[in-house]
Design a protein around this ligand. Structure first.
Ligand SMILES: Cc1ncc(C[n+]2csc(CCOP(=O)(O)OP(=O)(O)O)c2C)c(N)n1
Ligand SMILES: CC(=O)[C@@H](O)[C@H](O)COP(=O)(O)O
Ligand SMILES: [Mg+2]
Length: 636
């Protein structure tokens, strides 16, 4: 049995002699490199926290003490040390989650994979322990240098510093990167800390040498000691943290397990809020990851274990956006790009390479990204804010009040919209079509294929009197689907006259157009008439839609978003407002948190395959026809 196999929980780890810990670290690295090669996953971040996580579980007593993982993608080692060793179905249905999961273990706390939240959880937990007389319990948030660029961290630090007796030990896992190198003043500050000899080392040197200097020694030493604060700031500019009232320990070599253990025990002894600054390396111990300049194997797909060569991903929606942005950048000097620490994943890397002075990486700071975009627009530019759809949630007020209220021409490009699947419930981009429906003046484009990404992106960028949004899903881009006709501003994708005239109008939103056209064919095979339209813009809806609905027995709206308050509800409202009583049925994602699984499996669960849709729409049409009454336009 390997050392790792002998670890069923933190108690087994605590019983290990320190001499065995390097061997355990090696077992863990070998395990992770082998396992993630098969499934894909966050290899780089987890190779960076092997020693750090061993030290955490040897010093603290989880679950009595709470170890919190910010973002949570780096919790694989934590899972191994808390007895979860089956990674064969990592991030897959029925397998281990890629993030902490309370259903999996009492050692897991935060399941939300949105960055920069752990310190706020920690502040709340520490206050709860204090109020409940459990002040001996320690809260240990582990936060990356990237997550630290998120504003919530600073709101939390301001509060944590206020609790002088609350045992919060903030472990900064500083590998200098989000995906790419971390940006901004804070990053430079952390970098300065990384390269500066520790203050203690310098002070020891002064203590050992200056007093021995003949005649002036003692006086000089006293003088130096008298300017200790100044010296400290020069040698170790962590004043930023200490001025907040937080003790600072570090920088520590995060791959020296004993050094980390020592620092954590020292921090725990303080009895109040402390920052322990650990310097780590993403991908540490696996050269293909260490040498991956773009993202140090932040989240590779499956790869060859020996060479690190990843299996090709194929053309995804993001590629189309990326290529079109470079073309648009050539034509329009007012177009600039903004990313929140995800330059490559959101497809702005080529734009950045072509126009380096027109790209802004703001760190993991979506709220700032949006309001900064409002500023850029006020300054006469047209910013494109490219984020994953789910991450726009946290910037809703900025979209509403800073951009839309001021009628600013900002274009939001929302990648990974709809079901993303294997990154769990907090990663599904199933909220944007509901949230953005609320925003006065917002126009929302939903391309059905690659050609429409390019077309609609240009149409959004041509709008100068208010905000626009364009959203597309994760994965392989849909094959181009040409229209057979036009209906107002909408594309007609199929017309199947039925035995009893036109029965159902299918409103296909974005990528759901491909299954919707198949559904039209299936209905036609049963003699049910079907017209399939792609609205292209789902806000505002084209008024021609209500006339088209009036000519059908039922409207079926198919969308890859939560059903509440999204396109189906908007269509029903339009028909009601127009006095059209054709019933509306919405086929979308149930308004629930969805367990991790691949996208196609979850879409099938939601009944969003062409087979399920054909069956369900057929049944719905039959019910409508049987009632023979046009129910008031309602979405169910
Ligand atoms: C609000 C939010 N925006 C973007 C992301 C995407 N994301 C996942 S991990 C990551 C980088 C995190 O960097 P860091 O905190 O330094 O952790 P590391 O990966 O370096 O261990 C980003 C940007 C996210 N999870 N949450
Ligand atoms: C943890 C995180 O937010 C991302 O790294 C997430 O894993 C996105 O993965 P994809 O880029 O593969 O959608
Ligand atoms: Mg980092």
């Amino acid at each position: 049995m390997s050392l790792l196999e002998s670890i069923k929980g933190p108690d087994d780890l605590k019983r290990l002699d320190a001499a065995h810990l390097p061997g355990l670290a090696e077992d863990i690295r070998d395990f992770l490199i082998d396992a993630v090669a098969k499934t894909g996953g966050h290899l780089g971040p987890n190779l960076g926290v092997v020693e750090l996580t061993i030290a955490l579980h040897r010093v603290f007593d989880s679950p009595k003490d709470k170890i919190l993982w910010d973002t949570g993608h780096q919790s694989y080692v934590h899972k191994l040390l808390t007895g979860r060793h089956d990674f064969t179905l990592l991030k897959r249905r029925g397998g281990i989650s890629g993030y902490p999961s309370r259903a999996e273990s009492e050692h897991d706390v935060i399941e939300n994979s949105h960055a920069s939240t752990a310190l706020s959880y920690a502040d709340g937990l520490a206050k709860a322990f204090e109020l409940r007389g459990e002040g001996d319990r320690v809260v240990v948030p582990v936060v990356g240098d990237g997550a630290l660029t998120g504003g919530m961290c600073w709101e939390a630090l301001n509060n944590i510093a206020d609790g002088k007796d609350r045992k919060v030990i903030i472990v900064v896992n500083d590998n200098g990167r989000s995906y790419s190198p971390t940006i901004g003043g804070l990053a430079s500050h952390l970098a300065a800390l990384r390269v500066t000899p520790t203050y203690e080392q310098a002070l020891d040197l002064v203590k050992r040498t200056v007093p021995r200097a003949p005649v002036v020694g003692n006086v000089a030493y006293e003088a130096l000691h008298g300017i200790k604060k100044g010296l400290k700031d020069i040698l170790q500019p962590q004043a930023m943290f200490e001025d907040l009232g937080l003790k600072y320990v570090g920088p520590i070599d995060g791959h020296d397990e004993q050094a980390v253990e020592h620092a954590l025990r020292k921090a725990r002894a303080f009895g109040g809020p402390v920052i322990v600054h650990c310097i780590t390396r993403k991908g540490h111990g696996y050269s293909p990851a260490e040498n991956d300049e773009e993202e140090q194997f932040h989240s590779p797909g499956p790869y060859d274990r020996e060479t690190g060569v990843q299996k090709p991903k194929g053309r995804i929606w993001t590629n189309v956006f990326s290529e079109e942005m470079v073309e648009i950048g050539r034509e329009r000097r007012d177009v600039v790009g903004i990313t929140a620490a995800m330059l490559h994943p959101v497809g702005l890397a080529d734009f950045a390479a072509a126009y380096p002075d027109r790209i802004y990486d703001v760190g993991i700071a979506e709220q700032h990204a949006v309001t900064s975009a409002a500023g850029l627009a006020l300054g006469g530019l047209h910013p494109v804010v490219a984020v994953y759809a789910t991450f726009l949630n946290r910037a809703f007020d900025q979209v509403l009040m800073d951009v839309a209220l001021h009628g600013q021409a900002v274009t939001f490009v929302l990648d990974r919209a709809g079901v993303t699947g294997d990154d769990g419930p907090s990663h599904n981009g199933m909220w944007d079509l509901s949230l953005l429906q609320l925003v006065p003046g917002m126009r929302i484009a939903v391309p059905r294929d690659g050609a429409r990404v390019a077309e609609l992106l240009r149409e959004c960028l041509a709008i100068s009197d208010g905000p626009t949004a364009l959203r597309f899903p994760k994965g392989a881009v849909a094959a181009d689907l040409d229209a057979v006709d036009r209906l107002g501003s909408m594309d007609v994708l199929a017309r199947h006259p039925g035995a009893n005239g036109a029965d159902v109008l299918i409103v296909a939103v974005g990528a759901m157009a491909t299954p919707a056209v198949e559904v039209g064919g299936r209905l036609a095979d049963q003699g049910i008439g079907a017209t399939v339209v792609d609205p292209r813009f789902v806000k505002p809806l084209d008024p021609a839609l209500s006339a088209a609905a009036a000519a059908h027995s039922m409207v079926a709206v198919v969308e890859d978003n939560g059903r509440v308050g999204a396109v189906g509800d908007a269509v029903a409202r339009l028909l009601r407002d127009e006095g059209v009583d054709t019933p509306v049925r919405t086929f979308g994602i149930p308004q629930e948190f969805l367990d991790h699984a691949k996208r196609d499996l979850i879409l099938a669960d939601c009944g969003l395959t062409s087979q399920d849709l054909a069956r369900d729409i057929t049944e719905a049409v039959a019910r409508v026809t049987a009632s023979d009454a046009h129910e008031p336009a309602t979405s169910d």
